[in-house]
Write a protein that binds this ligand. Structure first.
Ligand code: G6P
Length: 487
């Protein structure tokens, strides 16, 4: 907030994303507020609470319409309003083409190496274009003739920076891509690759989580678009407009809001073991995610199987709770994954007896997730490919007792920062099982030493720093542009 006042005084901040930070649903005649399972929301919501401004997103809840004013706005968070949430309403057809189709059957598998074939359809692409244009109109309307600073989020809006630049030539546009960017050869699978790259290059700052993803993007631009690439400045100039392309590793707020209401670790351990009917002395592993094929849920279940097979001393002494939030359930790939996971969990439970795997398929609020983190001995993040993965950082933030072991996939961006985790290759069940055994037998001193280092890193590189760095870069460019405007 202070940074904004100093560097970008009187500038309107607008965030745009597909997913909204607060969803109002009608359940049994009551309006129930839900915070969606989304790394993007977890990161940006605290930033908006600090900065104020407007967040524009698709209104997705069954009771969302009842909460908005005549301009489709609602002040949030409901308990202590700090910014405005403006909902954009999409028809079922728009959602099918733009969200389920192009974004989640096309770009999502394209950018993640998880061996699900991307599907591209002309109709989905057209809808994606139209929805991007609808959001550009909403932002232009929201800017009320001023030059806002617009933070565009994620692969749902690759065309938005260019569309916005046409509508608001003097706006400062920051685009953040929350998922990996593949190599040029892989990206060329997309029939509209040039349009996507051109769309993104309408921004002033284009951010990825890691340098590796920036390099992949630069290589893709180099191969498919006529432009000037300045590797030293890390920028691309197209049609006279320069875009800075840099890594900004995303993070979480510190301390996380959900920690405030938590009971001491000993109480969390007791409560969760009672709730799941697990012996008080049993060791507990947890996994928390959206039920997405990129998260490697099947692979971690195989890891548990491997652990119990090779180290049978853990039978009846170890339980793994997997909290999995249903997501994008209209798509067959996601339905198939749920069925496969249920069958695999049943098979492993049958094989080893004592129900070592508990698969809980439902939405979990942040408070519940933090209680699980605090109750556990090990947290497993086994993404097959992930831009960053904030669950890993949340687990570390939840453990103010400096205990607990994080097992983290080498293929999650977070593994670049959280080097004191046990880093695994989720495709190798044997190595995975051994890592679980190592975690379960790790001395408390070693747990403390590793946890301390990871906590210091997340505390220091928190989400305010992520947003602050992007805003600082944007303010420098804005000043420079204002000088050029005078010439
Ligand atoms: C990933 C994406 C986000 C998205 C989240 C949840 O983290 O990068 O943009 O919000 O998944 O997915 P959903 O489709 O439910 O919004």
């Amino acid at each position: 907030h202070l940074l904004l006042e100093k560097e970008l005084p009187e500038t309107e901040v607008i965030v745009v994303s597909n997913r909204e930070p607060y969803i109002h649903n009608r359940i049994n005649g009551e309006t129930v507020l839900q915070i969606p399972a989304s790394g993007l929301v977890a990161a940006l919501e605290p930033v908006m609470r600090a900065c104020g401004g407007t967040w524009i997103a698709h209104g997705s809840g069954s009771a969302d319409r009842e909460t908005v004013d005549a301009n489709d706005r609602v002040a949030v968070p409901p308990a202590a309003p700090a910014y405005a949430l403006r909902r954009v309403w999409l028809s079922e057809e728009e959602q099918n083409g733009y969200y389920y189709g192009f974004a989640n059957e096309g770009l999502w598998p394209l950018c993640h190496i998880s061996f699900v074939r991307p599907t591209f359809r002309e109709g989905d692409w057209r809808t994606y274009e139209n929805v991007n244009a609808r959001f550009a109109d909403a932002i232009a309307e929201e800017s009320k003739g001023r030059d806002p600073i617009v933070l565009v989020q994620d692969y749902h809006f690759a065309l938005l920076p260019r569309l916005l630049r046409k509508r608001l030539p003097r706006a400062t546009i920051l685009m953040f891509w929350h998922i990996p960017w593949p190599n040029a050869e892989t990206f060329s699978i997309c029939p509209w690759k040039e349009d996507i790259i051109d769309g993104l290059l309408g921004s002033d700052v284009l951010g990825f989580h890691t340098q590796f993803h920036c390099n992949n993007f630069m290589e893709t631009v180099d191969r498919f678009i006529e432009s000037r690439i300045d590797r030293e400045r890390a920028s691309v100039t197209l049609g006279g407009h320069e875009t800075i392309v840099r890594p900004y590793p995303i993070s979480i707020e510190w301390p996380p809001a959900a920690l405030a209401s938590q009971k001491p670790v000993a109480e969390c351990r007791k409560a969760v073991r009672e709730r799941f009917d697990i012996g008080q002395d049993a060791m507990l592993g947890v996994g928390v995610e959206r039920f997405d094929y990129t998260k490697g849920v099947l692979d971690r279940l195989r890891g548990v199987d491997e652990l119990l097979t090779r180290h049978s001393e853990w039978k009846n002494r170890f339980v793994f709770i997997q909290a999995a939030a249903p997501t994008r359930s209209k798509l067959e790939t996601y339905q198939g994954l749920q069925e496969e996971a249920l069958a695999l969990a049943a098979e492993i439970n049958e094989k080893h007896g004592g129900k070592p795997i508990r698969l809980v398929i439902r939405h979990h609020e942040p408070d519940e997730v933090f209680e699980l983190f605090r109750a556990s001995d090990v947290c497993v993040v086994s993404s097959l490919h992930d831009g960053m993965n904030l669950v890993a950082k949340e687990f570390v933030a939840a453990r103010d007792d400096e205990q607990g072991v994080l097992i983290l996939s080498h293929f999650a961006g977070a593994s670049r920062e959280l080097a004191e985790a046990l880093i695994v290759n989720p495709y190798d069940p044997h190595g995975f099982g051994e890592a679980m055994n190592e975690a379960l037998t790790m001395p408390r001193d070693e747990q403390r030493a590793r946890m301390r280092l990871m906590r210091a890193l997340v505390r220091e590189r928190n989400v305010y720093r992520w947003a602050g760095q992007m805003l600082l870069d944007a303010s420098q460019l804005r000043r420079r542009q204002r000088v050029l405007d005078l010439i």
